[in-house]
Structure formats: C-alpha cells, structure tokens
Design a protein around this ligand. Structure first.
Ligand SMILES: O=C(O)CCC(=O)C(=O)O
Length: 284
C-alpha cells in the first residue's frame, strides 16, 4: 500500500505503486552535452544519423541470426514490400537485438522526447531485396489521429545491418517535414528527399512525425536493417507484445527492456493489471 496523498494536482503524476516503483531513466547515463547536441539536430531536422554506433561484427551476427528466422519470402502488400522480408516479434525467439533496442544513447534521446515509461511500439528486421520499389512515403505515428503540426508521439531507429548505399534501398526522408501540418508531400517536397546513406552499424534516428520511407533497391544485393519504434507511454503500441513475447522470456530481459515492453506504469495507473503493477503478474 502507498501512503501518498493524491490530490487533483498530483493524480496524473503520482507513482501509486507500492512494490514496484518506476525505474524510468535508471539505464546507464550518457554525457548530457552529447544528448543536448544530438537533440538540437533532431529538433531542427527531425532526424540524425549516428554513424558507427554499433560494431560491424554485431551487425553480421544479427544478420546471420535473422536470416534463419524469416517466415515469409515477401510482404503481403506494397507497404510491407512485395520484395521485402520482415521479421516481427523477434524477442519471442532471440534477444540478439536487445542491446540495440536499449542502447543508452537511444534511451537518453527518448528520455528527452517522451514522458517517463515510454514504450517499444514495434521491432522488426527488414530485408529489402533487389528490384523492390520505393515504399509509400509516410510518417510513423500517423495512426494517432491528432492534427498536425504537433509533438511527436513516436520515434524510431533504423539501424543499418548492411551498408546503406545510394542504390540499395537506403531509407529516404524529407528533412524538417516533422514540422509540417496535415498535407501530403508535393512534387516540390519530394525533390527534397534525401537518402540515409550510412555504413553498417550506423543508426538513423527520427521523430514519428518525419515523412520517410524505404528506398527502391536498384542494386544486386539485399539491404537489411533493424528498426525499433517507440511511443509515448499513453499511446497504444503497434505490436501487442504482452501477447507475442512469453512471460518466461520477458523475465530474463533487462529492467529497461521489461519497462519498454509495458511492464511499467504511466502514472497514475495506465498499464495496470487488476489494479496492480504489471510486474506483479510477471514476477510473482
Ligand atoms: O526499411 C526502411 O528503410 C524503412 C521502413 C519503414 O519506414 C516502415 O516500414 O515503416
């Protein structure tokens, strides 16, 4: 039981959990000056490329692992990609991507963008094969039907598992489109598209309001990425991880990953189970 006195002023911020207090922000810290510098670019342009954040060998290991797990040869429509493989729910089978999902710099940026206890909204490996057409341009948090311009309710990483080149399907994006109102990209806007060309192990980090899409793959080789999308703690996640990742596996994950998967509370009680903290269901 908590002995906090709840008032009209504190009802949306009070941490009512008695046993499992919020662990938001307890991950390894990152230099504040670096976070401020990166955030300045994200706020201005809607994105940043963090070159070589991960070791190429870790990318090779992730690729070898993912290639054994794809269940389908291609997507079901031109958004998933008719020459693109997607691996969903990988945490149900392997934790090879966990260090990338919870990297301290990524968490440090998300701490600046969202309220505490933000969530992992989806996690995918995307393998774009030769001859794939460009994906329709979109912004990732567009399914939250709130008028633009507005704050980002989502943010994403696209981690280059292969080198992203001029012709192999590097993600394309429109700088500063995170500030747009509710209009579709015009031909003039599309002329400003840039390609996220980057060496493997690099990360494209962008706000959920930034217009972007997978690029056309005009090369002879496939282009793989790992992408994690995160959302504000009061938004519905794209994947329902409580159903897709067995509790026995979640128990083995770090505190940060558990929190990202929804074993956390957005004050005062969003995410509760039978009025209790979800960790009680996970751990007791
Ligand atoms: O694969 C990419 O480069 C981008 C994919 C994407 O934006 C998506 O599937 O929502």
């Amino acid at each position: 039981m908590t002995d906090s006195i709840i008032t009209s002023e504190t009802i949306t911020t009070a941490d009512l959990a008695g046993r499992y207090k919020s662990t938001a922000g307890t991950q390894e810290g990152v230099d504040k000056a670096l976070i401020a510098e990166v955030m300045e670019q994200i706020n201005r342009d809607g994105y940043i490329i963090l070159e070589n954040l991960f070791a190429p060998e870790d990318m090779d290991a992730l690729k070898a692992d993912a290639l054994t797990r794809f269940k389908h040869k291609a997507g079901r429509n031109n958004f998933e990609g008719l020459a693109t493989q997607r691996l969903y729910s990988m945490m149900a089978e392997t934790d090879i991507a966990n260090p990338m999902v919870e990297h301290p710099l990524i968490m440090g940026l998300l701490d600046q963008i969202f309220e505490p206890n933000y969530l992992l909204s989806q996690l995918q490996v995307i393998n774009i094969h030769p001859n794939e057409a460009a994906q329709p341009l979109h912004y990732d948090d567009g399914f939250y039907p709130w008028p633009r311009p507005r704050r980002a309710l989502g943010a994403a990483t696209i981690i280059a598992v292969d080198d992203f080149t001029e012709d192999n399907g590097a993600t394309v994006l429109i700088p500063q489109s995170h500030n747009w109102g509710d209009h579709m990209p015009s031909d003039e806007d599309k002329a400003k598209l840039i390609k996220a060309v980057m060496p493997k192990g690099s990360v494209l980090f962008f706000l959920g309001t930034l217009w972007h899409g997978g690029g056309a793959n005009e090369s002879q080789a496939s282009r793989m990425c790992l992408t994690a999308q995160y959302c504000a703690p009061f938004c519905r996640t794209q994947e329902n991880f409580s159903l897709s990742i067995p509790k026995e596996r979640v128990k083995t994950f770090s505190e940060t990953i558990q929190r990202l998967l929804g074993y956390s509370i957005h004050p005062p009680f969003m995410g509760m189970v039978e009025g209790k903290h979800p960790k009680r269901v996970l751990l007791e």
